[in-house]
Design a protein around this ligand. Structure first.
Ligand code: SF4
Ligand code: MG
Length: 464
């Protein structure tokens, strides 16, 4: 998901709509905005579909006045899949000291246990979302102000959370102690911005100030930014998959360009798994920077052998298998004139279920390629993510059930190689690789080492 908030600008909701549009790659199912104006109170709008189809209509935006607003773009990882407007954030709660709205990116790993406890004690849940727990925990806190109630609530929550919240006067941002999901601070005119990624600061002409640090809470008013440390300090474990796939390539994370990191993964891949071929093709768009790096390092020409229809979204983000299956052909087509007779290296960011990769291989062979070699810019995805990326259950992950050779045969390609975990760490700037004893990132979907115990899933029988 993507989260965004602004305080101290006229018509804040318009800024939020633009910010969410720039974060659309983080969630395409639905979006929502809450705003506050002193004479109007809180207003909200939650809609299915793209930001540009909903939150650009003047008739809707006029219902969201005020100089303080937050928003969310959703892709379901927890809670019900598919249509349920009640699961669309931001969530809102009314407390004795006033209302508050919250937008959450990440996954709460003890949400089901918390929900049971809260329901037993009288909470009435409105949605099936894990994020709603935060509102109910806040309602039960005895603290006198909303930021303190949020601290109380979040100290009981486990897992990944980057939260953007608002009261009548304050914009609040929090990152979990491991800092699994991103969150950055920006400045626009006299106002302040919180955003999942820097690409959404650019769209509104905001200046990047800094990242919210892991375990930090910021409380922002028009006067300035107050920083609080509600949690016990821990070594941070940022999601390495944000660098591989999830974030936009024009974003800056931890001072590093995501594009440059992806290009560097391609360089590592070319060093680790060279192959004699005529053409390096990205699987667009997610494989493009790595393919550029691969071509540069190997000296093999780069070409656009697959053309993407720009009017389709990210395939995997459509929540049902059926839509995903159709999605590949709706989205990608082969550039036959370029491919014919060539030995082609296809570079993609990841293999998850293998559905996309298989279809692409067929399309490339139908177009007359002489050989097809897959090079993947991440290690085999053999474990599900429980921290906010929608990987399927373990049995559906190709790499969980097959060796690399078996995957190669299953996909029907001439060769298949993944970048190593060390190579990936080198690409994100760890000169000596992963340093097995103290990884700086979460890499659980590749290593199976979960930095936060996924307690709800373990209760349901998931085996580490
Ligand atoms: Fe990111 Fe993978 Fe960790 Fe999930 S499991 S947070 S996708 S690195
Ligand atoms: Mg892709």
């Amino acid at each position: 998901c993507g989260v965004f908030g602004v305080v101290g600008v006229t018509d804040a909701a318009n800024f939020v709509a633009l910010g969410l549009h720039a974060l659309q790659h983080r969630g395409q199912e639905a979006g929502g905005i809450v705003s506050y104006a002193p004479d109007e109170g809180f207003n909200s709008a939650r809609r299915f579909g793209y930001v540009r189809d909903n939150f650009t209509r003047a008739s809707l935006m006029e219902t969201l006045p005020g100089s303080l607003a937050i928003g969310h773009v959703r892709y379901s990882t927890a809670g019900s899949k598919g249509a349920a407007i009640r699961d669309v954030q931001p969530f809102f709660g009314e407390f004795s000291m006033g209302g508050a709205a919250i937008a959450h990116n990440g996954n709460i790993t003890n949400a089901e246990a918390l929900r049971r406890e809260l329901i037993d004690r009288g909470s009435i849940f409105q949605s099936s979302s894990d994020s709603e727990c935060i509102i109910h925990l806040m309602a039960r806190s005895l603290q006198r102000d909303i930021p303190a109630r949020m601290e109380d609530a979040l100290r009981r929550v486990e897992g990944a959370f980057s939260v953007v919240a608002m009261t009548r006067t304050k914009l609040i941002g929090v990152r979990d102690p491991l800092g699994v999901r991103p969150l950055v601070l920006g400045k626009v005119g006299d106002g302040w911005v919180l955003s999942s990624e820097t690409c959404a600061l650019d769209i509104i002409g905001a200046e990047y100030v800094r990242e919210i640090e892991p375990g930090e809470m910021v409380v922002i008013t028009e006067k300035g930014v107050e920083s609080i440390r509600p949690f016990r300090p821990q070594r941070s474990r940022f999601c390495i998959f944000e660098h591989v796939y999830f974030s936009r390539p024009d974003s800056i994370i931890g001072g590093r360009s995501v594009y440059e990191t992806r290009r560097q993964i391609g360089v590592e891949l070319a060093r680790e798994a060279p192959v004699d071929a005529d053409l390096v093709c990205p699987v667009p768009d997610s494989g493009t920077p790595a393919a550029i790096g691969f071509a540069h390092e190997s000296g093999i020409p780069y070409g656009m052998g697959i053309i993407r229809n720009q009017y389709m979204g990210r395939t995997f983000i459509e929540p049902t298998e059926q839509i995903r299956n159709m999605g590949v052909r709706l989205k990608l087509n082969v550039n036959r004139a370029l491919i014919r007779g060539k030995r082609v290296i296809l570079v993609d960011d990841s293999v998850v279920r293998g559905t996309t990769s298989r279809k692409i291989k067929e399309m490339i062979l139908d177009a007359g390629a002489a050989e097809v070699h897959f090079r993947i810019a991440s290690p085999p995805t053999s474990w599900p993510c429980f921290y906010g990326v929608d990987t399927p259950q373990r049995e559906k992950l190709l790499a969980a059930t097959m060796s690399e050779d078996e995957m190669r045969d299953h996909l029907g390609v001439d060769s298949l190689k993944f970048v190593s975990l060390d190579g990936l760490y080198r690409a994100v700037g760890e000169a000596s690789g992963r340093k097995a004893d103290c990884p700086q990132y979460c890499d659980a979907c590749f290593s199976g080492e979960y930095p936060v115990e996924p307690s709800d899933m373990i209760e349901k029988g998931f085996q580490l």
